[in-house]
Design a protein around this ligand. Structure first.
Ligand code: ADP
Ligand code: MG
Length: 535
């Protein structure tokens, strides 16, 4: 598409290959966009809440994953439609900023779009709808802040944090073990948190998965765990007071480049070459040892020759350390990543109290753990489980829990879940609607209806009658003036979410409502879709 000007200086748009492009305008464009985006939201709807269903996703090359995590589902759906993609991004931005609430945000956007569609049919202009939603969103956010409660994160052995983690884990495959996993997540975050600055660097929490054992065997390890062992079985198994040489170059002699040939015509030539190679190895090992290092961690491999030499020279080494591990080790131990042997100097070495091989469970598999790193504390959560699918999902779930705890350390205000916060906001927005005298009133009211969609959806997913349960909750909220009444999904006999201890962070709920509104406004502003014909 390009902009051109005619003889009188008036701009006009040239569409390249217009014949081969499909073009939709006006109401047709709005509606088709909304329907496409709604289709995505509808798929996620059944995954919301503690009894939400999981989705099985099969990738083009046959990998299967089972998940309940909204961001993962939409990412793996490989959505083509351009506006539907906006919802994928919506879920991902919630994931990046907050970490939890990725299903809820898409479901809410879907509900808003549904309302928008009805309003469009009534003949209300998209911009009016957009404005109304915007105003309602402000009201909802303000109300959310007024009903939020501060929690004491230290009290009672961090009980509030554990409860919040449990809420995040409650809807996942691993929900049976939510208490144990929640505790692990809380300890991990508190271990690396900077409570004074109210900040947590999540990079310092490594999540390592390993199939085998069961989810109960998941545990927290203080230090960095890497799924590797010493490169030679006879090397020492424990290095105390480790001085780490962190290499990103291979332990091997330089290979001839493709342009060059080596002509070996006699046995002498061969011997010479062999000796030269040996010399290289000897020098490399010497450079490492001379710097004072007592262990070498290498991102690349090395062959048997080098391995043997390292053993002979008493230099324990680890090969094929992954790139992310290299970065984490560098950060925690203060090591500089060294790309060439010539650049090794003593001050570039990282320091750690101890590096040792450890064994888990009954299997013979060994891993290395780097303890007491010099610069910062780092911890590893080792996730075990029967199959790759389970450990992958457990990893995503624990990630959600960790994010929730981090958010609470940053901002310790919570609202209650089970749809109670949404319902309270809906009631407030509804009240506000009566004060709006212009067309936007309809949009404001529809916004309230959309918010009600969340408790409705939660009730539906756990087999309750959505209409009666939401109506009940709503009337109780009004008569008892209690914004904590929600849907009793687990049928525990009380609808008060404070009693059920369903904690959600204020930041997550706020972000959900704001992001969903933003995306819907964006979709409502598109009145012209120009795309290649095969869409
Ligand atoms: P998301 O990916 O959006 O976090 P979840 O599947 O985790 O989606 O569901 C979150 C929703 O479920 C929230 O609205 C939360 O309040 C609600 N929820 C979680 N646990 C419970 C529970 N035990 N009872 C009622 N509602 C719950
Ligand atoms: Mg969740």
């Amino acid at each position: 598409m390009s902009l051109a000007f005619d003889d009188y200086g008036r701009p006009y748009i040239i569409l390249r290959d217009q014949g081969q492009k499909k073009r939709m305008k006006g109401l047709e464009a709005y509606k088709s966009n909304i329907l496409a985006a709604k289709a995505v939201a509808n798929t996620l709807q059944s995954s919301l809440g503690p009894k939400g269903m999981d989705k099985m996703l099969v990738s083009p090359d046959g990998d299967v994953s089972v998940t309940n995590d909204g961001a993962t589902i939409v990412e793996k759906m490989e959505i083509q439609h351009p506006t539907a993609k906006l919802l994928v991004e919506l879920s991902q931005s919630q994931d990046a900023e907050i970490g939890d609430g990725t299903t809820g945000v898409v479901v809410l956007a879907g509900k808003l779009l549904e309302q928008a569609l009805t309003l469009l049919d009534k003949g209300i202009h998209p911009l009016k709808i957009s404005d109304g939603f915007d105003r309602a969103c402000d009201v909802a956010i303000k109300h959310l802040e007024s009903i939020a409660e501060e929690i004491d994160i230290q009290a009672n052995d961090h009980e509030a944090l554990i409860q919040a983690a449990c809420t995040a884990l409650g809807s996942k495959v691993v929900s049976k073990r939510k208490r144990e996993l929640g505790k692990i997540a809380v300890t991990a975050v508190l271990d690396v948190a900077d409570l004074k600055r109210k900040d947590v660097n999540l990079d310092l929490i490594k999540i390592q998965t390993k199939t085998g054992g069961s989810v109960e065997d998941t545990r927290l390890i203080s230090g960095i765990l890497i799924d590797k062992d010493m490169s030679h079985p006879q090397m020492q198994k424990e290095v105390k007071d480790a001085k780490i040489c962190l290499l990103t170059c291979p332990f091997e002699p330089p290979k001839p480049k493709t342009k060059h040939n080596i002509n070996i015509s006699s046995a002498e030539d061969y011997k010479k070459l062999y000796q030269q190679e040996q010399q290289y190895f000897v020098e490399m090992v010497k450079l490492v040892k001379d710097s004072g290092a007592n262990i070498a961690l290498c991102q690349w491999g090395f062959d048997d020759e080098a391995n043997h030499l390292l053993l002979q020279n008493d230099l324990p080494a680890v090969r094929w350390v992954s790139g992310t591990d290299v970065e984490l080790i560098a950060m925690a131990t203060g090591a500089r990543i060294i790309p060439r042997f010539q650049e090794i100097t003593p001050e570039k070495l990282g320091k750690a109290g101890c590096i040792k091989e450890v064994q888990f469970g009954t299997s013979n598999e060994r891993m290395l753990v780097i303890e007491n790193c010099q610069c910062t504390k780092a911890v590893t959560i080792l996730i075990r489980g029967g199959s790759q699918m389970i450990v992958d999902e457990a990893k995503r779930s624990i990630h959600d829990a960790i994010c929730v705890i981090r958010n609470l350390i940053k901002d310790n205000r919570i609202v209650y879940g089970g749809g109670s916060a949404e319902l309270a906001c809906a009631l407030q927005v509804l009240q506000y609607a009566d004060e709006v005298s212009s067309v936007e009133q309809y949009a404001v009211r529809s916004f309230a209806d959309a918010l009600e969609g969340i408790p409705c959806c939660l009730a539906d997913n756990c087999g309750l009658n959505p209409i009666t349960s939401v109506a009940q909750a709503k009337s109780r909220q009004l008569t008892e003036k209690n914004p904590r009444i929600g849907i009793d999904c687990m049928e525990l006999g009380t609808s008060d979410m404070k009693e059920q201890k369903i904690y959600e962070t204020l930041s997550s709920k706020k972000q959900q409502i704001q992001l969903a509104t933003q995306v819907v406004k964006m979709i409502l502003k598109i009145d012209d879709v120009i795309a290649p014909d095969d869409y």
